[in-house]
Design a binder for this molecule. Structure first.
Ligand code: URA
Length: 230
């Protein structure tokens, strides 16, 4: 929300008070004086007026989980364990998953309460690559690489997928880089060749790699460098 709107929503400030307070440099956001009325205030920002705290700012939280097979990428599920069940954290209802994985897909899962941050990672327009290790039932044919680069028409969404890079590692395995995260995207791409995906493991999202020290089911907080890299 804009800083001027944030301030004028508080009962103590009229619009005129807000203008004066900003010009008089009485308002601080995260410890720095801000006089720009358009400055974006987030739920994580600490806002002060003359050293009086107007909003404390809740902590932004970022976790990396090694998703095991057999759990659901949802916050609640009536039947199966969810990825959030694996987190021993308070206020889990504030957290969301940045880029879901299917029930049996394993690997890097990012969980946060910062919606702007997760959108930067997941929205197709930001073109952040997601890297998957894939094993398939049938052999990966010679025509696959070109087709992945050209794109697949997905009738349900009425779109053609963005160019994807497939590196063939063996007759039944590959490493795939895609910039979108459409529903069952990787399985549907291989499904075009009637080739079933038997194993799918996400290794990377944008600049963030799955920490090799995390066993399936384990998680850790992201470092400041990792958070800022996105
Ligand atoms: N594509 C899929 O088909 N499944 C996943 O879990 C992730 C990407």
């Amino acid at each position: 929300m804009r800083l001027d709107r944030f301030l004028s929503n508080l009962p103590r400030f009229s619009r005129k008070d807000v203008r004066f307070a900003l010009v008089a440099r009485r308002i601080k956001v995260d410890g720095l004086v801000v006089s720009d009325p358009l400055f974006e205030v987030r739920e994580f920002s600490r806002v002060e007026c003359d050293d009086e705290v107007l909003q404390d700012g809740k902590p932004a939280r970022y976790f990396m989980l090694h998703k095991p097979p057999g759990c659901v990428s949802a916050t609640l599920d009536p039947q199966h364990p969810t990825v959030l069940d694996l987190l021993d954290e308070p206020d889990k209802q504030d957290l969301h998953i940045a880029g879901r994985l299917d029930f049996n897909t394993t690997g890097l899962m990012l969980i946060t309460n910062d919606g702007l941050w997760s959108r930067r990672l997941t929205e197709p327009k930001t073109r952040q690559s997601k890297i998957y290790y894939v094993e398939t039932e049938q052999e990966i044919g010679p025509d696959y690489v070109k087709k992945f680069a050209k794109g697949f028409y997905f009738a349900f969404e009425n779109l053609t997928t963005q160019p994807a890079e497939l590196e063939v590692l063996g007759p039944h395995s590959g490493r795939l880089s895609i910039v979108e995260g459409r529903y069952h995207q990787v399985k549907r791409m291989f499904g075009h060749f009637n080739n079933k995906v038997l194993r799918l493991h996400r290794e990377r999202m944008g600049p963030l790699y799955l920490d090799p020290l995390l066993a399936p089911g384990q998680y850790r907080s992201l470092t400041t460098e990792e958070i800022l890299a996105v």
